[in-house]
Design a protein. Structure first.
Length: 804
């Protein structure tokens, strides 16, 4: 979807209780001796009812609703994936043991009082099914409810929404609403499409095909013949003496205003048109939707999308396209560049269709919005890569024809600076933590594809598309990017164990912080070592997951100049949330020097994690000598509110870094703690002593009323700090905050500028002389620590050396 997406359209109507966070579990079990439902009920300790199931290349995936007192509970879901041998390998659920002493509503009741209220408010309401007795979830409290599926067209909205309405037992009060499941079955028998014609189309778009960076759309545009692919095969249906753009996979329709009859002709030679001819947009869109459907089936997903998908090439005057999951229809906008001219738009919207057919209840909670956009961008870019021009000319651009209209910047799939922030949800089309959230998901998929083709050749293209699509099966609402990243790596390893795809995806996801360590390894605060002195350094290992993890082995890769005393390691199990510490004895010598920072890769071998997490490496940074840091802190400040939409509120606060000869380096940090009820109303700028202005924030999305963290390590500024490098560090630094809308007032709780400018090597820290490696375990309960000397000694620690 393009900027005003279906997800945003639905968001205005779905005012439901947020879903419980979903949990992902990888399991290693024997083949089932009972049904998936009974096995999952026993595993989770809940009652379930079947919802839907899907077959994929790796097995079967069963989705269930949770029951309490025999009634389904809204927004609760559980799914299990079972392989071809009957072994379950993955669970995805947000279920929990819930109880209610309140009996359910009488299913013979009606929602008529509520429906009348909605109609009086200007909504057109059509009921879509019977009234059912459910429970609505209000936190952990279950409220008896009547549930009815409806089609609601609110006044002023271009489209209707399909929702599940939940009402009180008397039908008079709305408890909440939830998006209805997508339609996944064909409503009509598709046409045969058994007549083959020749057509003229764009494939790729004309800007890419001609490799002309100056080419943009305008009303009087005339294109050379070289911009087209001519005489491409086009399967159509001959009916009543006319050739129709309708077949087993696609059908051109006129469903939305303006009323424009789909192109047809009585002459088989009439399909070799140019963009100046009426009918070209229909032909181009039909060709690509048919091609995309054939591609999906060739990958092995033969029955995923039954029948033909509809496509309307003039679905409104807005510059926006979408896939309607309830009508199974692609709707392409016609303002500016006609969207039907850009093949990437059709392939992108088809990507949404693929996702909705795999996971009909995916919704837009958690990160699904940005994931849906990023995946669909990937699928469109993957198709574009199959042409030589697409590989050579602006290969990372998305909608390289449609999005070049006016001054709009296309999305890109090479946003290598994008970083995931676990405190944020990622809806569609939002700038989050300095980058477009859609790019955050699409970039690693696309970059891993490029790496796969470079290593494995052209055959990797289909294989990579196949595994990316396969990764969606067995999921449900409220997915987070790190969860789907881990599933994608696991899918690559299962589907192609002899290929490097899992490794390439792992590397790409880690580049963006999308794969979080199952066990985090960190140096204790203030860890440094001195040259020539054998010293103790403490490592802390923390299980960040929700299940116990056994640490079977820990190994270091030592750079030249760093030595470590041998020590013993015995497997230790960390409970969920627990941590343990271990002390290393290290000696730093030449060629290391005071002020160096040693990169120390730590390798862990684990069990109790997903199969692709059992070997994990994390790099630590250990300073040689105590760091010297130049730092200055600013004062708290109450921010000025905007007076009106035209008269903005401007706040400035400054600090002074004194007595430093240093130049700004890549270690510059801005620590900011700012509170504001609506961060999307603010612009934040950092001005250096030399006058360089860096935009930190530009009305960005945040689910929280607080912007707190360190730029550019924890949070990413909108513009990189690299523009400041080489300038004088000393002097006056100024923060500017511009408030664009009245009504909300914020505050800077504190801020500082700091940079490591050197190191001091003098007194060594004396290590213990007892020669014992000390372990401690913290179970997070607030109690004392347990001595684990009984673990020693066992396996000799491997010491590896590596030249720097």
């Amino acid at each position: 979807m393009k900027p005003s997406s279906l997800a945003l359209w639905l968001a205005a109507t779905l005012l439901s209780q947020p879903m419980l966070a979903a949990e992902l579990q990888f399991v290693d079990e024997q083949p089932l001796t009972t049904t998936p439902k009974l096995w999952l009920e026993q595993r989770l300790g809940v009652s379930l009812a079947p919802d839907y199931e899907r077959a994929s290349l790796l097995g079967h995936h069963y989705s269930f609703r949770q029951l309490v007192n025999g009634l389904p509970v809204a927004t609760i879901q559980a799914a299990v994936s079972v392989d071809q041998t009957g072994k379950p390998w993955r669970i995805y659920h947000n279920s929990r043991p819930l109880q209610s002493s309140e009996p359910g509503c009488d299913a013979a009741g009606t929602l008529d009082p509520l429906l009348e209220q909605l109609r009086d408010g200007g909504s057109d309401i059509d009921t879509l099914g019977p009234v059912e007795a459910w429970y609505w979830r209000d936190g952990d409290t279950l409220v008896p409810a009547l549930r009815q599926r409806v089609r609601e067209h609110q006044a002023g909205n271009a489209k209707a929404s399909y929702v599940q309405l939940f009402a009180s037992c008397d039908g008079s009060r709305e408890l909440g609403r939830w998006m209805d499941a997508a339609t996944t079955q064909a409503s009509r028998v598709a046409d045969a499409g058994d007549t083959q014609l020749e057509a003229r189309v764009f494939d790729p778009d004309p800007r890419t095909q001609l490799r002309d960076a100056s080419l943009v759309w305008h009303e009087a545009l005339q294109l050379a013949d070289a911009a087209y692919q001519d005489k491409v095969p086009l399967p159509v249906t001959l009916a009543g003496g006319r050739y129709l753009l309708s077949g087993p996979h696609a059908r051109v329709v006129d469903a939305m205003e303006p009323d424009t009859a789909p192109f047809s002709a009585d002459n088989p030679q009439a399909f070799r048109l140019t963009r100046d001819d009426r009918g070209f947009a229909d032909i181009n869109a039909y060709y690509h939707l048919d091609l995309a459907q054939r591609h999906l089936k060739r990958l092995g997903f033969v029955d995923l999308i039954p029948g033909a998908l509809d496509i309307d090439t003039e679905a409104g005057y807005q510059d926006n396209s979408l896939y309607d999951p309830f009508e199974r229809r692609l709707e392409l906008g016609r303002s500016g560049v006609p969207d039907a001219e850009d093949p990437m738009v059709i392939w992108h919207e088809f990507g949404h269709a693929v996702q909705h057919h795999i996971v009909p209840d995916l919704g837009d909670e958690a990160d699904w919005g940005a994931i849906g956009e990023g995946f669909s961008d990937y699928l469109a870019a993957s198709h574009r890569q199959r042409s030589e021009a697409g590989r050579q000319f602006e290969p990372a651009m998305v909608f390289n024809w449609d999005a070049r209209f006016t001054d709009r910047t296309p999305r890109q799939l090479d946003d290598l600076r994008a970083r995931y922030h676990p405190d944020y949800n990622y809806p569609a089309h939002r700038t989050i933590n300095g980058s477009n959230g859609d790019q955050l998901w699409g970039t690693p998929l696309f970059q891993a594809l490029l790496a796969a083709v470079a290593e494995q050749g052209e055959g990797a293209r289909d294989e990579f598309d196949r595994l990316i699509i396969e990764s969606h099966f067995g999921l449900g609402p409220a997915i987070r990017m790190p969860q789907l990243a881990r599933i994608t790596v696991d899918t690559a390893a299962r589907l192609y164990p002899a290929r490097p795809y899992a490794r390439l995806l792992e590397q790409a996801f880690r580049q963006h912080g999308l794969l979080q360590a199952p066990v985090n390894v960190g140096l204790s605060d203030g860890s440094v070592i001195e040259l020539g002195q054998r010293q103790s350094v403490q490592l802390t290992l923390t299980n960040q997951g929700k299940a116990p993890v056994t640490l079977n082995e820990l190994a270091l890769t030592l750079p030249t100049g760093l030595q470590a005393d041998p020590y013993s390691w015995q497997p230790a199990t960390l409970a969920a949330g627990a941590s343990m510490t271990t002390t290393l004895r290290l000696l730093a010598q030449s060629p290391l020097a005071c002020g160096d920072e040693v990169v120390l890769p730590v390798s862990l071998s684990m069990s109790g994690t997903s199969p692709t997490e059992r070997q994990w490496q994390q790099s630590l940074t250990l300073p040689i000598g105590a760091p010297i840091v130049s730092r200055a802190s600013g004062q708290p400040l109450t921010l000025s509110d905007a007076v009106s939409d035209e008269v903005r509120g401007l706040s400035e606060t400054s600090l002074l870094i004194e007595n430093s000869e240093a130049r700004v380096s890549d270690r510059l940090q801005l620590n900011l703690d700012l509170q504001h009820p609506a961060l999307d109303e603010l612009e934040i700028w950092l001005n250096s002593p030399s006058g360089t202005r860096i935009q930190i924030w530009n009305k960005g999305y945040s689910p929280l009323p607080r912007l707190k963290g360190v730029f550019p390590t924890e949070l990413l500024p909108l513009q990189p700090f690299s523009a400041l490098e080489g300038e004088t560090l000393a002097g006056r630094w100024t923060l500017e905050i511009v408030d664009s809308k009245p009504g909300n007032r914020g505050r800077i709780n504190g801020w500082s500028i700091s940079q490591r400018t050197g190191a001091q090597c003098s007194k060594p820290v004396t290590p213990p002389d007892d020669g014992i490696i000390h372990f401690q375990v913290d179970d997070g309960s607030g109690g004392g620590s347990a001595n684990l000397l009984w673990l020693l000694p066992l396996t000799l620690w491997r010491r590896l050396r590596q030249r720097t």
